[in-house]
Write a protein that binds this ligand. Structure first.
Ligand SMILES: *Cc1c(COP(=O)(O)O)cnc(C)c1O
Length: 354
């Protein structure tokens, strides 16, 4: 039986997607060739990437609204520097909500002044700062919608007149947002969309062209927009699997459908964390992530017992990030509700036995 996979990333993908993807490795489109041995400029693959790009925009409700979708290399981490390379003229504003924002800030500092409008570093990033103000003369504002590591999630996004840039790596396609508020969204595929190896970037072309510096071709969004994500060989397999996952999501009913499922899963697990006297959550309740739930055992002497129990219950990937410790249950789109129930059952069994 397939394990209940709570891995934070790379992470669970839909079974049907894995099945189709494995078939395409051997025989793609019944053409007696593998997907990964045909030209990326052949019609069968161009159809794949075009479909992936249009599904991404369609699911976010951004079709025909001036946005383009790209599949780039280098992970979300490459976007930390590409965003600044392409958009930061003099200064940029950043909200620091965790490890990933921290890294984005570090990269941006190489290109200009960075105003950290607020940070939750003082409390180990266990909450989302609120009530900050964004300087009107900054080139853009950058935030991270979901802190994958500590398990916090932004529930509201600031109103601002400057371009809004967001790292949505770990919660894109998981909940409905007013996506038109954003000017540039990026996400590594391996959290809610596909295997590692490609990064989805969605942007409005009009925010480009405002910096003076020379930008190397591969790091220039304009290059990739002009070549429709085909400037060099794209990551064919990760893009194919992403396309299948996006199609899977569309067939299910899109973001509005999956959001309800995700809320149910989160309510089930957080309900148990709050009810069960042996456990407690790590982050501020109002900022809890519906994707990554972090919690600890109040009594450390039960650790060994609990670890053995969930592993025996066929559960995978529950250890917290090395910087936080405790436990982290990542409940991405493809994780079924019954997997969360399996974890809750183990938590209740631990309570009964103690
Ligand atoms: C995982 C993650 C990243 C890093 O992604 P890479 O593709 O490994 O570079 C960046 N931001 C967030 C929010 C993440 O969850």
């Amino acid at each position: 039986m397939k394990k209940h996979n709570f891995s934070a990333g790379p992470c669970i993908l839909p079974k049907e997607v894995l099945q189709k993807a494995s078939e395409a490795i051997i025989n793609f489109n019944e053409d007696n060739l593998s997907l990964i041995e045909i030209s990326h400029r052949s019609k069968p693959f161009v159809d794949v990437i075009e479909k992936a790009r249009s599904l991404a925009l369609e699911l976010l409700g951004l079709e025909n609204k001036g946005y383009k979708a790209l599949f780039l290399h280098g992970g979300a981490s490459m976007e930390f520097l590409m965003v600044a390379y392409n958009l930061l003229n003099k200064k940029a504003a950043y909200l620091n909500t965790g490890t990933w924002s921290d890294k984005a800030i570090k990269e941006a500092k190489a290109f200009g002044e960075v105003i950290e409008v607020a940070s939750s570093k003082d409390k180990g990033f266990n909450y989302i700062p609120k009530g900050y103000s964004i300087p009107k003369d900054a080139d853009y504002f950058h935030c991270t919608s979901n802190n994958t590591v500590a398990g916090t999630q932004m529930k509201v996004f600031p109103e601002t007149n400057i371009p809004l840039v967001c790292d949505m790596s770990s919660d894109i396609f998981s909940r409905q947002l007013d996506f038109e508020k954003f000017d540039l969204i990026y996400a590594g595929a391996q959290k809610n969309m596909g295997p590692a190896g490609t990064t989805l970037v969605i942007l409005k072309e009009e925010i480009l062209g405002k910096v003076e510096r020379h930008i190397p071709s591969m790091l220039n969004y304009k290059t990739h927009l002009d070549k429709e994500s085909m400037f060099n060989t794209p990551a064919v397999f990760p893009i194919y699997v992403s396309m299948l996952t996006l199609q899977w999501l569309k067939d299910l009913g899109g973001i509005s459908f999956i959001e309800k499922v995700n809320e149910k899963k989160a309510a089930l697990l957080y309900g148990e964390i709050d009810r069960n006297p042996l456990f407690e959550g790590i982050v501020a309740k109002e900022d809890r992530s519906i994707m990554n739930a972090t919690f600890v055992l109040k009594d450390n002497t039960l650790t060994e017992k609990f670890d053995k129990m969930w592993q025996e219950a066929n559960i995978n990937g529950l250890h917290g990030h090395r910087s936080v410790g405790g436990y982290r249950a990542s409940m991405y789109n493809a994780l079924p509700l019954y997997s969360v129930q399996a974890l809750v059952d183990v938590m209740q069994e631990l309570e009964r036995k103690n």
